[in-house]
Design a protein around this ligand. Structure first.
Ligand SMILES: [Zn+2]
Length: 500
């Protein structure tokens, strides 16, 4: 399977399957002041390492255009085969990783052998010891001009703050159905296969946002069916994959099939599932439901269906209960037991719903009429009760506003930190921002809705948000020293958006 996955990995920026990552990297790589250290954060099998290799090519390609590597020159080919002596991949999770980091420290100042730049790709970087991080820190503070780092991790929260603050972070989020089909499409086309789109959709559904899993499933089906895959055989073969997705669990819970949901953990336990990974993916799915429910994100068909079958209270409860079980699962001799207990407590809640509040449930305002997206208001101790919001109260409660936005979207919260409230009138809150890119980002419909939701829940008054470009204040420039170049916009931008 790995051979096929490797063969059809994205080799150019324009091939990258995750749309947001593709656009961001294209933007960063076509700019002049390139950061020297990146953090690629996201779940397993989402293409972080592939993207890191593409980045290495872009930095070294002899004929790159606006950051896009040619894919044909000697250096592109060498890097693609993993044979370049100037592009070094280190697996921090292995024993050798520690030795490699020691070597890195010794050799980092030496010029590249053949390429323009040396690129260090460090996988599972959160596994490094504190000493190893300290050893790298100095290099990160003042990287030699020819050295670049790409740190990849599934657990960014385990990286020390001092290191994090030096990195330009790019988040790799779960792939959408469409992005997975796009990725599988390369194999279908490359191998000249004839496969129904419906089958690809089915595979994408089982892959739960992971390109690697999608390719694994695809390859297995392909082998079993000797290349001729029928929809029926696919459905049959994919049943066990489907069971292993957190999405399947959520569907069972939504259907009130509590017993089946408890049993599923036994089945998965027997298959040696990685529970930390499962728990994280489960939470990501719940977060998706929450955003769709609030109208802050669009969502695909199956997401909308599942969202409609759950109330906001239920989704919030799912997040709280499973968040706790993920923490408890760690180090437990029976790591899936906390998840089973969570499911049982959810089931009990269903039975006693009318009398008792749900375990871990937030108090939410009940609405008389059917729930409309825009009318959903979470009652979080309203700060101001009056209808018209005064600029002064917005300023006073600015931090609370940031806190209300943070759980909905970290990046938006980061952007907001670099903004300030400027004006409030009957219909609009005007924010002052200092970079064109911030303005564009905050005004994107999806992000704007998040802000408006938070505003509505905090101040009990529905207002629209708009941004105005202000003059750069002096204080903004006192942020941590840029990694490269002068206090350039790009660094600020990247730091503000991804450096949280
Ligand atoms: Zn090239």
């Amino acid at each position: 399977m790995d051979i096929v996955y490797q063969k059809y990995r994205p080799t150019k920026i324009s091939h990258l399957d995750l749309k947001t990552v593709r656009n961001l990297l294209a933007k960063v790589l076509s700019s002049e002041n390139l950061p020297h250290a990146f953090l690629f954060a996201g779940p397993k099998g989402i293409g972080k390492t592939s993207a890191a290799r593409v980045l290495a090519k872009s930095l070294n390609c002899l004929k790159q255009k606006k950051g896009e590597p040619c894919g044909k020159c000697d250096l592109c080919l060498e890097i693609g085969r993993g044979e370049s002596l100037d592009v070094l991949e280190i697996d921090a999770a292995s024993n050798r990783g520690i030795d490699d980091i020691r070597l890195l420290k010794e050799k980092v100042n030496l010029q590249p052998l053949k390429a323009k730049s040396k690129v260090y790709i460090v996988d599972e970087v959160h596994m490094l010891t504190r000493e190893a991080f300290n050893a790298i820190l100095k290099t990160l503070e003042e990287p030699p001009a020819h050295v670049y780092f790409v740190f990849c991790t599934t657990n960014p929260e385990k990286i020390p703050e001092t290191v994090l603050s030096r990195l330009t972070r790019i988040d790799f989020q779960q792939a959408t159905q469409e992005e997975i089909i796009h990725s599988l499409g390369r194999v279908v086309k490359g191998e000249k296969l004839k496969i129904d789109k419906e089958i690809l959709e089915l595979i994408a559904g089982c892959a739960d946002g992971s390109f690697r899993d999608a390719h694994k499933i695809f390859y297995q089906l392909w082998l079993e069916n000797k290349g001729r895959i029928s929809l029926k055989s696919a459905q049959k073969a994919l049943a066990s994959w489907q069971e292993a997705t957190p999405w399947y669990l959520l569907e069972l819970i939504a259907n009130k099939q509590i017993k089946e949901a408890v049993v599923i953990f036994e089945t998965l336990g027997g298959r040696g599932v990685d529970w930390q990974d499962y728990g994280r993916r489960l939470l990501v799915n719940i977060q998706k439901l929450l955003l769709v429910k609030l109208g802050a994100q669009k969502g695909e068909k199956k997401t909308i269906e599942l969202t409609n079958s759950l109330s906001l209270e239920e989704i919030i409860a799912l997040g709280n209960v499973f968040g706790e079980s993920l923490l408890k699962a760690k180090g437990s001799p029976l790591p899936w037991l906390p998840f089973q207990l969570a499911v049982i407590s959810l089931g009990k809640y269903e039975e006693e719903k009318k009398e008792k509040p749900f375990p871990g449930e937030l108090k939410t305002k009940k609405l008389k009429q059917p729930v409309e997206k825009k009318e959903l208001v979470v009652e979080k101790q309203p700060v101001v009760k009056k209808q018209i919001l005064a600029l002064e109260s917005l300023k006073e409660n600015w931090l609370r506003f940031l806190e209300a936005v943070k759980p909905l979207n970290h990046s938006v919260c980061a952007l907001l930190r670099a903004a300030r409230p400027k004006k409030v009138d009957q219909d609009y809150v005007t924010l002052e921002v200092f970079y064109q890119f911030h303005k564009e980002q905050l005004e994107q419909e999806r992000n704007r809705k998040i802000l408006e939701q938070a505003l509505a829940s905090l101040f009990q008054t529905p207002l629209r948000i708009r941004c105005e470009l202000g003059e750069k204040p002096v204080s903004v420039a006192t942020a941590p020293k840029p990694i490269s170049g002068n206090g350039d916009d790009l660094y600020k931008l990247a730091k503000d958006i991804f450096g949280e």
